[in-house]
Design a protein around this ligand. Structure first.
Ligand SMILES: NC(=O)c1ccc[n+]([C@@H]2O[C@H](COP(=O)([O-])OP(=O)(O)OC[C@H]3O[C@@H](n4cnc5c(N)ncnc54)[C@H](O)[C@@H]3O)[C@@H](O)[C@H]2O)c1
Length: 319
């Protein structure tokens, strides 16, 4: 099993689940936004291998040692990406190089080495901002950023590789994923990790727009469960599936809950809406239920509790 981007937020939780299920796991990561600390629990495990490498470069050579150790790669979970939407708008060429051309290298590796199945981390950023909510997989795909365009282009490539070479795949379009290990130090990170970090520090929280915009927040271990099911079950072969909770939450609501949970006195400030921020976001659950038997197990309150505990632990170990 190969997990690209396995040192990152969602990738490392997926590695945790795969390892706990007894798989042999190789992680390929260039550590641009990921951390070895996210994988520290598996470092000494003989079923685990870390490969420092870049998906924009040749893959066969860096992966050779892992293949020699564990045998040919049967399945690939592909998370490695440039994940910041604003960065993709400033520099679409780099986004294409990493998210599209880098993924083409993964698909070529999969084809040449007869990999049984590829999972691809797609995004709700493929949808038209004006698509009526809840969005289903049949809603209009009309990305508002190069990041979304490249995610959609990869989905089209996956379909092409299936038709031409019989490559099996599942693409999951994630809604807003949150949980421990989401890096709050970046402005491009998830709103929950940034707000929790600020609430614990007592720093000001900035809400863009009036705070009545909505998001569908899904907890990271639920996402990892969906990924692993998609890798091992034939039912979602060839399918593109939204992964969220189906629950629409306003930014004001989430802020109030975070401030209460963290017992924080952070001041909340409102700033004008940022261009490109969508007003409402929530998914239908029908396809995820039918093809993955997916129902989120961690509700928002419990997920926030876990994430808050992690933010506090990070802060106290840094102090
Ligand atoms: N977090 C979300 O809410 C969300 C929503 C939709 C889609 N996604 C997608 O899920 C995937 C994982 O996102 P995440 O939030 O865990 O981000 P992350 O930044 O924590 O993880 C990305 C990982 O990929 C690695 N990486 C980046 N470029 C690489 C390269 N060229 N070669 C090798 N490794 C490289 C990074 O070092 C990092 O470990 C991404 O594909 C992202 O687009 C995330």
């Amino acid at each position: 099993m190969l997990v690209t981007g396995g040192a990152g937020f969602i990738g490392s939780h997926t590695v945790d689940l795969l390892m706990s299920l007894g798989c042999k796991v190789s992680v390929l990561d260039n550590l641009s936004t990921g951390y070895m600390a996210n994988l520290a629990q598996w470092d000494a495990d003989p079923r685990f291998a870390f490969v420092g490498g870049d998906i924009t470069k040749d893959l066969a050579e860096p992966l050779a040692a892992a293949v020699a150790k564990f045998g040919p790669i049967q399945r690939i979970a592909h998370f490695a990406a440039q994940t910041a939407v604003p960065v993709s708008m400033d520099d679409p060429v780099t986004d294409i190089e990493v998210n599209l051309a880098g993924t083409a290298r993964i698909l070529e590796y999969a084809r040449r080495n007869k990999v049984a199945k590829v999972f691809f981390a797609s995004s709700s950023a493929v949808y038209d901002d004006d698509a009526p909510v809840p969005v289903s997989e049949d809603s209009t795909a009309r990305p508002a950023s190069p990041y979304g365009i490249d995610k959609l282009a990869v989905e089209i490539y996956l379909d092409y590789y299936t038709r031409l070479y019989g490559l099996k795949f599942t693409a999951l379009r994630f809604m807003n994923v949150y949980g421990p290990r989401q890096d709050p130090s970046s402005w491009y990170s998830g709103v929950i990790s940034i707000f929790l970090d600020r609430a614990v520090a007592g720093d000001q929280i900035t809400i863009f727009d009036d705070g009545e915009q909505t998001r569908d927040f899904v907890y990271v271990t639920d996402v990892a469960n969906a990924v692993v099911t998609s890798l091992f079950s034939p039912k979602p072969d060839g399918a593109i599936i939204n992964i969220g909770t189906g629950v629409e939450v306003t930014i004001n609501e989430i802020t109030r809950t975070i401030l209460a949970l963290a017992q924080s006195r952070s001041v909340v400030k409102y700033e004008p809406a940022r261009p490109g921020d969508i007003r409402r976001s929530v998914t239908t659950m029908d396809r995820a239920t039918a093809l993955l038997a997916f129902t989120p197990k961690v509700d928002l309150r419990e997920g926030l509790d876990h994430t808050l505990a992690w933010v506090r632990a990070q802060k106290s170990s840094a102090a």
